[in-house]
Design a protein around this ligand. Structure first.
Ligand SMILES: Cc1cc2nc3c(=O)[nH]c(=O)nc-3n(C[C@H](O)[C@H](O)[C@H](O)COP(=O)(O)OP(=O)(O)OC[C@H]3O[C@@H](n4cnc5c(N)ncnc54)[C@H](O)[C@@H]3O)c2cc1C
Length: 322
């Protein structure tokens, strides 16, 4: 097996690919946490990306794709493998269809659609990160998810570039087929929107942004909500019976409701804290470690399990934890 050094040298020969060794991933995560990746490579070229993946697979090193790093918890030890980023960020509109490269910032896609008087993505305003990851995790807010607008997704399965229609993506709440095939890399997506008044769409997006910026200040080192909300119908009967009707939205109970009951607000481990105003928001107050973040998350899950018999599930993705 080639060493990371030899693989790095091989990657460096691929045109249009930028490669670095021992790259601290804390630079690439919104939490500002994470040790080094053995290798980090990025490109906006599909050909270079596939060549890099092929070289990576031949090396036997593990690979992972990163977007904006806004939903990742990377271990303090980092990632023993090759972290890849696909940066192409083109946005194209034809009639009511918009096609977006995976590396496009989701907010740019939202703004692009709004400026063309196309409705359907405005409630996603302010969700940080890339379009590819938004498809991967079926990002959403205010009762809507990106999957409602996705027509098809173009991705690489390790052997060939393929296209899945919406129904093949198996979208549901914060889930898609891509989450169970982490080796598949999304290159682009096509979305179908509806004509609408651009000024009205802009106002909707701006109103949402205002609320979001108060909840998640732009400099806050966090991943948004740590845990997924829960479907009321899936809860144990006793836990479901105790949930006030007023907290249920579209059949879901916010994870924050249970976290609040177990006293999560304001608790801390080292420099990692739960917000005092939102029990499902954990942030790095500065110099926090992944170990403390992990411990705090485990503690919150244990408290909710003990009191309600409910297993909270992380929305964030872990990197470099065994
Ligand atoms: C302040 C804040 C608020 C947030 N609010 C919301 C919200 O309201 N709703 C919501 O849904 N999310 C929210 N999030 C979470 C986050 O913004 C989304 O999960 C987002 O889609 C992650 O994008 P990213 O590019 O940063 O992905 P990353 O964190 O880099 O990666 C996330 C996952 O996507 C995978 N991935 C990335 N790119 C690709 C690709 N091209 N192909 C295949 N897999 C890929 C990665 O391997 C990883 O598993 C919030 C986060 C923050 C920090």
């Amino acid at each position: 097996m080639p060493t990371a050094e030899e693989t790095g040298a091989r990657l460096a020969e691929i045109p249009n690919l930028t490669v670095s060794r021992g790259t601290p991933l804390c630079r690439y995560t919104r939490f500002g946490i994470g040790g080094p990746a053995d290798l980090y490579a990025e490109t906006d070229s599909v050909e270079a990306f596939i060549a890099a993946l092929t070289a990576a697979h031949a090396s036997g090193l593990e690979t992972m794709v990163i977007g904006g790093g806004t939903n990742l918890i990377v271990s303090d030890e980092g990632f023993r493998g090759i972290m890849l980023r696909y940066r192409a960020d083109g946005l194209r509109a034809t009639g009511n269809s918009v096609s977006a490269d995976a590396g496009a910032v989701l907010q740019d896609l939202v703004d692009f659609s709004i400026s063309r008087g196309l409705k359907g993505l405005e409630t996603l305003a302010g969700i940080p990160g890339s379009t590819g990851a938004a498809v991967y995790g079926n990002a959403g807010a205010y009762g809507h998810s990106i999957s409602e607008r996705v027509v098809e997704v173009r991705f690489y399965d390790g052997a060939a570039v393929r296209v899945f229609r919406n129904e093949e993506c198996q979208f549901h709440y914060r889930e898609s087929i891509f989450k169970s095939h982490k080796e598949w890399i999304i290159f682009s997506t096509e979305l179908l929107l509806e004509p609408a008044n651009a000024a009205v769409l802009r106002q909707t997006a701006d109103d949402i942004m205002k609320v979001r910026n108060e909840k998640f200040p732009v400099t806050m080192k966090c991943a948004g909500s740590i845990f997924k909300n829960l479907l009321l119908r899936d809860l144990p009967r006793e836990a479901a019976a105790g949930v006030p009707a007023a907290v249920v939205r579209e059949g879901k109970v916010p994870a924050a409701y249970f976290l609040e009951q177990v006293g999560a607000k304001g608790i801390e481990r080292g420099q990692i804290r739960v917000a005092t105003y939102h029990a499902n928001l954990i942030y790095n107050a500065g110099g926090g470690s992944a170990a403390d973040l992990w411990t705090l998350i485990a503690e919150l899950k244990a408290r909710v399990r003990r009191q309600f018999g409910i297993e909270l599930e992380e929305e964030v993705q872990y990197v470099g934890f065994d």
